[in-house]
Design a protein around this ligand. Structure first.
Ligand code: ARG
Length: 466
């Protein structure tokens, strides 16, 4: 493949680039996605050229109309890059020339570089993408909150080390998956504040000599301001890596819930049933109902971590300022964004339509000696030092294990046989609801605290967002 005649460079070369170079260099197959952002940048740049007297009123108007027309052609698919065009910028310059003529359109490239253009485009893309992710996340939070609201009061086994630990409310467990996503929303908001600065005007690396006003362009493009250093603006991609990190983290947090959903749907757990619309069958085993959404969400997390790691490796050791390595920033974030935009709607639908087997959860909640801490803490209220209380309760558990019974099944005599401190009154703490409601400090699993969480979460994710 040879380079197009409309290439953005070539004057200093006696011959065109080799086909192998052109093939390696080409980015239109992925950066075309940024075409509309590039056109918006051009529209803003026209205003800066006009303000600095490089375009007459008449030329400005001709070019503005040409950009508008080109934008329509791009949107309809009537204008596409040629097979041999290097990048989105080259293709769109050709488009502008086709519409406005080489004489006027040839003025547009003054005072800007593909280096400041692409840095701006990537930021614009990410800012819009972040809004879409935020909306999807809010929908997911709504689904979690609705399930939590609909199951208030249902107890389940809370686990540590994947073993029964203490009973918790199902709603408390579900909302434990909401808060990491709230933090991811906060991360996006915080990242946005850093990203919302325009690199346009930084030129290739050092700024422009033509007196074009970067602030004017930034304002036109809706940025909060202009980047402080043109070399940093064109060569840093930390904000791209940070965006890739936040998307990875969202997906890692989903993968943790995925893992539980996969376990909960097994015959052994039987905690949940997946809705037909959000589960899949097997081509050979007619009975199968598989949690593919959860598995794909878990799998995509790996892929997104790969995108982030690749990007970080690309950035490591890069000298200032722009290096062509930076062209490798786009595919990873496009892929992470696209992956997450596939995962989130499906995941939200799956969560919104989960059916919980309440009886099973309630029945399992006190099993595995999950009320042992309550016994130990009751002993503390009776004046026993916790160290001794822990020891006594441990013996009690061992006794139950030998007898093959649960703590709640102990008789007064059996209790007394283990320790004189184990009076019959200890039985009043051996209930799941007593255990749960006693944990009523801020952030605990008591229903009053779970309701409080819901009040806070509903401010972020009102009803009807999923
Ligand atoms: N396609 C490049 C990128 O994505 C932008 C063009 C800069 N090319 C150059 N030779 N200076 O980063």
């Amino acid at each position: 493949m040879a380079q197009s005649n409309d290439a953005l460079w070539g004057g200093r070369f006696a011959s065109g680039p080799d086909g192998a170079l052109a093939a390696l260099s080409k980015s239109t197959h992925f950066d075309w996605r940024l075409a509309q952002y590039d056109l918006k940048g051009t529209a803003a740049h026209l205003k800066a050229l006009h303000a600095a007297n490089y375009l007459s009123d008449e030329e400005l108007s001709v070019l503005e109309k040409a950009v508008e027309e080109l934008s329509k052609r791009v949107a309809s698919g009537a204008f596409v890059p040629k097979a041999d065009e290097e990048d989105v910028h080259a293709a769109l310059e050709r488009g502008l020339i086709e519409i406005a003529g080489a004489e006027i359109a040839g003025k547009v490239r003054a005072g800007r570089s593909r280096n400041d253009q692409i840095a701006t485009l990537v930021r614009s893309f990410m800012l819009d993408a972040a809004t879409e992710i935020e909306n999807q996340l809010i929908g997911y939070l709504d689904a979690l909150c609705s399930q939590a609201e609909n199951h208030l009061g249902v107890a389940m086994p809370g686990r540590t080390h994947f073993q029964h630990a203490q009973p918790v409310l199902l709603s408390h467990h579900l909302l434990a998956h909401a808060w990491p996503q709230v933090r991811n929303l906060q991360r996006l908001e915080n990242w946005r504040a850093r990203t919302n600065y325009s690199p346009y005007g930084a030129g290739a690396l050092a700024g422009n000599t033509l007196g074009l006003d970067p602030k004017l362009v930034a304002k036109e493009l809706g940025f909060a301001g202009v980047t402080e250093n043109s070399m940093d603006a064109t060569s840093s991609r930390d904000l791209v890596a940070e965006f890739a990190f936040i998307l990875s983290m969202i997906s890692i947090d989903l993968s943790r819930f995925s893992e539980e959903i996969i376990a909960w749907a097994t015959k052994e757990f039987s905690y949940i049933q997946l809705a037909d619309q959000f589960s899949t069958g097997s081509s050979i085993m007619p009975q199968k109902k598989n949690p593919d959404i959860a598995e794909l969400a878990r799998g995509k997390a790996g892929r997104m971590i790969g995108n982030l790691s690749g990007l970080l490796a690309t950035l490591k050791g890069l000298p200032l300022s722009y290096n062509r390595d930076l062209q490798e920033d786009k595919e990873p974030i496009f892929d992470s964004f696209d992956s997450l935009m596939l995962v989130l709607p499906a995941f939200t639908g799956m969560v919104a339509t989960l059916t919980f087997n309440k009886e099973r959860l309630e029945e399992l909640a006190p099993q595995g000696f999950s009320l042992a801490t309550d016994v130990a803490e009751w002993l503390v209220t009776q004046g026993v030092a916790f160290r001794d209380a822990h020891e006594i309760t441990g013996e009690l558990v061992r006794f139950c294990e030998v007898e093959g019974i649960e703590l709640s099944m102990l008789s007064d005599e059996q209790l007394a046989s283990v320790s004189k401190h184990l009076k019959p009154e200890v039985k009043k703490v051996l209930s799941v609801s007593g255990s749960i409601e006693a944990r009523n400090g801020a952030g605990g699993t008591a229903s009053s605290q779970v309701v409080e969480q819901l009040v806070q979460l509903r401010k972020i994710a009102p009803h009807g967002k999923s």
